[in-house]
Design a protein around this ligand. Structure first.
Ligand code: URA
Ligand code: CA
Length: 433
């Protein structure tokens, strides 16, 4: 096989075989296929696209390109959830104990955040004593015993995807549906998921700007997952504003606990119920999506989801008292209220700008090496559809420095205020097999 022939084959719009795709991904990973040939292929894919089978083979080849997590010692169906880029997305912190409280195992490997706000691992480190670096044996033991554990990602997962993403980034080929879908799915499959739930965000602040584009991506990933033998479902959810009110690590843990207490912001709670129902259904915890949702509502109402969270925190050496006393987590020394500069209705809150504001306050990493300030972040007091008066407080900033002008300007720029009252649709679509 010669790479140049395969580039031409794709350039002519023909379908690559399983063997050809594996030859390409293996060669690219081990360095025998140079970056310039892989770039040319990425561009050919960008223009000619791939069939469902090609996408599935590409996904599997990338999933197999490095370490793969073996969760086979965990009893039950392991369901993983993935969100395509949310700012202040607190869902994982709520969903993990909520789903586990129904008996469906949650074995979560999470990363640290880069840019914007932290990842789930950073957020959990806001809890005093909590450990994310536990051995694989202990991780498996905890999931079998409590149905829940979250650990920091180790090992070299999907090196082919890392290398290809870096090339796509500098060759104008990031925005290919086939390449995005196989990139995301390869990581989920390498992480050992038996079943997968996808939350595809749509809106100005998201990768996918229109519902049509998001629907196409979601459907492509659902088809890849099912072709690869992993039961997969998706939803398309709104990104015309960040989810919930809190953006920042300790602030989001507090918001997650409030949600587990049955309080918390409506949009966060609703999204968790919809995604959680899919996870419980695919995990075999209920016979239908409706029954799964009812079960989750019960677990919130009877306190069992919150109890599961406390048990989980304690099992990884954290202080479970945090659910009663938020001041056990890092607290910011300074706060600053941001006031509306005009009256009207909030029509959009650009999530990217809010994410950058959080980073300026210290909540996110500018580079991989940066330290993050777990106490820093923002609370959004007004959301899309709310009426505001000039001078009214719309956001509170939290930081361990007095100077917050840059973040304040970013937060103000994030808020679009107009005359028309828009009521956002949180869930645009639910996609099943
Ligand atoms: N997220 C990913 O993980 N991969 C892509 O290609 C795009 C977004
Ligand atoms: Ca949030």
């Amino acid at each position: 096989m010669r790479m140049v022939d395969l580039i031409v084959k794709k350039q002519e719009g023909k379908e690559l075989s399983k063997e050809e795709i594996h030859y390409i991904i293996n060669g690219f990973t081990n360095g025998s296929i140079p970056d310039y040939q892989m770039s040319a292929l990425a561009m050919a894919i960008y223009f000619q696209d791939m069939t469902d089978n090609e996408r599935m083979e590409m996904t599997m080849a990338m999933a197999e390109s490095g370490d793969q997590i073996d969760l086979s010692e965990i009893e039950g169906i392991k369901v993983d959830k993935h969100s395509t880029g949310g700012v202040g997305d607190t869902t994982t912190l709520v969903l993990a104990p909520l789903v586990a409280s129904t008996g469906v195992p949650v074995a979560k490997m999470s990363g640290r955040g880069l840019g914007h706000t932290g990842g789930t691992i950073d957020k959990l480190e806001s809890i005093p004593g909590f450990h994310v670096e536990i051995s694989e044996e202990r991780f498996i033991e905890l999931v079998n015993k409590n149905k829940l554990s979250v650990v920091g990602q180790s090992g070299d997962l999907t090196p082919a995807d890392k290398k290809l993403y870096a090339l796509r980034d500098v060759t104008g080929t990031v925005n290919s549906l086939s390449l995005i879908a196989s990139s995301i799915m390869s990581k989920k499959i390498a992480s050992g998921a038996d079943a997968i739930v996808l939350d595809v965000k749509v809106g100005a602040g998201a990768f996918m700007k229109t519902t049509e584009a998001a629907e196409e991506l979601a459907k492509a990933m659902v088809r890849i997952g099912n072709l690869a033998g992993r039961n997969t479902m998706a939803i398309i959810s709104d990104m015309s504003q960040p989810l919930g009110q809190a953006i920042g690590n300790a602030l989001e843990v507090e918001e997650a606990i409030e949600t587990l207490k049955g309080k918390g912001p409506d949009d966060l709670k609703e999204l968790c119920l919809v995604l959680g129902a899919q996870m419980v259904y695919l995990g075999g915890g209920a016979d239908s999506l409706e029954a799964a949702r009812t079960l989750l509502e019960e677990k919130l109402a009877n306190g069992q989801a919150l109890e599961k969270f406390k048990e989980f925190i304690a099992s990884q050496d954290g202080n479970p008292e945090v659910v009663n006393d938020y001041s056990l987590m890092p607290q910011a020394s300074f706060t600053k209220d941001v006031k509306a500069e005009q009256s009207g209705f909030v029509t959009e809150i650009i999530a990217d700008n809010i994410g950058v504001a959080a980073m300026k306050l210290g909540a996110g990493r500018a580079t991989k090496e940066s330290e993050i300030d777990l106490a820093a972040g923002l609370m959004l007091h007004k959301k899309v559809g709310d009426a505001v008066e000039v001078g009214e407080v719309i956001v509170t900033l939290y930081a361990n420095k007095e100077e917050m002008t840059e973040a304040e300007n970013m937060a103000l720029a994030a808020y679009k205020i107009g005359e028309e009252q828009l009521i956002p649709t949180l869930i645009h679509e639910v996609i099943t097999k």
